[in-house]
Design a protein around this ligand. Structure first.
Ligand code: UT7
Length: 333
């Protein structure tokens, strides 16, 4: 079965919470300013959840992706959510989404790879589809990061937002007359470095049994921004070069680099190292902030809805972040 299958994205969707919070709004909560946030990061506003949950946003994004792909929920046989902010420890966000959507024939599970979560989920779906085990996957990235922020820590809380993005990924048999049986996902590369996990972390629930003396203290995201910055500007260009090599392509062949949206300066540094024009790096962080696993699929959906993607376009997608984790893919639209 291997190599006789093409896997391609046939639909995208996204969902952002209704509430928009500007840099100016945040300057009333912590000691910061629009000038500092926008000049250091490129972020101007973000959507923060009120009533929305990780699963409700994921389900909405998933429904829009299925509509775009023209499929029904019962056709989905694999449902994977990349998230670090599920509503429950169990059930998984993917099982919640399965229930909301009525994706009764799907096997559903979550992946924790922080800001690379959607890309790890996409690679997992790609491998399952390539092997012939499943035919139709709904792949999502969804986060309610606002609930794990320390809203007194200006060095982190101004950076993040909430939302969800989704893609339908389907398997097509190579060589069939169908026009979708060409192109698709051409190459993948991913990696992890657990030795540097502490540079971006959020402690989980601690042991709270009655025999333990220390009380449970809730923990929030803590980050060594400069270390993460250095990791991103070194690892991402190398990962992209590697995936381009695997696909037998060069930077100049790529129409868009759809990168995780953490900081405009990271995008600029990656563009410079790849010797690529910044116009090839679409941006959503200005109005979304950093939405971890959701940022790549949200950006992809925005591009798709704006008609920026044409059949045959070659694009690179890349996610990177906590773990540390990173993953890049080349695909032909
Ligand atoms: O999704 C992947 C995870 N995240 C990332 O990729 C983030 C990568 N890192 C970054 O984007 C940048 O390192 C940050 C945007 C987080 C920080 O930018 P920076 O240029 O590295 O600033 P810094 O941490 O060196 O802080 C500079 C100054 C400090 O003040 P002093 O010590 O120079 O007086 C901070 O206290 O800016 C201060 N500062 C702020 N001032 C106003 C930090 N946060 C704020 C703030 N408003 N929100």
């Amino acid at each position: 079965m291997k190599n006789s299958v093409i896997t391609r994205i046939t639909g995208t969707g996204s969902c952002l919470p209704e509430q928009i919070v500007t840099n100016e709004d945040l300057s009333k909560v912590v000691d910061t300013s629009d000038e500092w946030i926008s000049s250091r990061t490129g972020i101007r506003e973000r959507h923060l959840a009120k009533d929305e949950t990780t699963a409700s946003m994921a389900a909405e994004a998933g429904m829009r992706a299925m509509q775009d792909a023209g499929i029904g929920a019962e056709e989905v046989d694999l449902l994977i959510v990349g998230t670090i902010t599920g509503d429950y420890v169990t059930p998984s966000t993917s099982c919640e989404v399965q229930e909301i959507l009525g994706a009764v024939n799907a096997v559903a599970f979550d992946i924790n790879a922080a800001c690379a979560g959607f890309m790890f989920a996409l690679h997992t779906a790609h491998a399952y589809l390539q092997s012939g085990i499943y035919k139709t996957a709904l792949v999502l990235g969804a986060e309610t990061l606002s609930k794990i922020m320390d809203w007194k820590d200006r060095s982190t809380c101004v950076l993040f937002g909430d939302g969800a993005g989704a893609a339908v990924v389907r398997a097509f048999e190579k060589g069939k007359a169908e026009d979708k049986a060409a192109g698709g996902i051409l190459a993948f590369e991913q990696g992890s470095d657990g030795r540097k996990g502490k540079v971006l972390s959020c402690l989980g629930r601690r042991n709270n049994n009655p025999l333990i003396e220390n009380p449970f203290i809730p923990s929030y995201v803590s980050m060594n921004g400069q270390e993460v910055y250095k990791f991103a500007v070194n690892t991402v260009p190398a990962s992209i070069q590697k995936v381009l090599e695997l696909a037998g392509l060069e930077t100049g062949d790529i129409k868009y680099f759809v990168l995780h949206q953490a900081n405009i300066r990271i995008l600029q540094a990656v563009a410079k190292r790849l010797k690529a024009d910044m116009e090839k790096f679409p941006v959503s962080l200005d109005h979304c902030g950093n939405i971890s696993a959701a940022s790549v699929p949200i950006l992809l959906d925005e591009m798709n809805r704006k008609g920026m993607l044409e059949k045959g376009d070659k694009i690179v997608m890349s996610g990177f972040g906590g773990g540390l984790t990173w993953a890049s893919a080349v695909l032909e639209w």
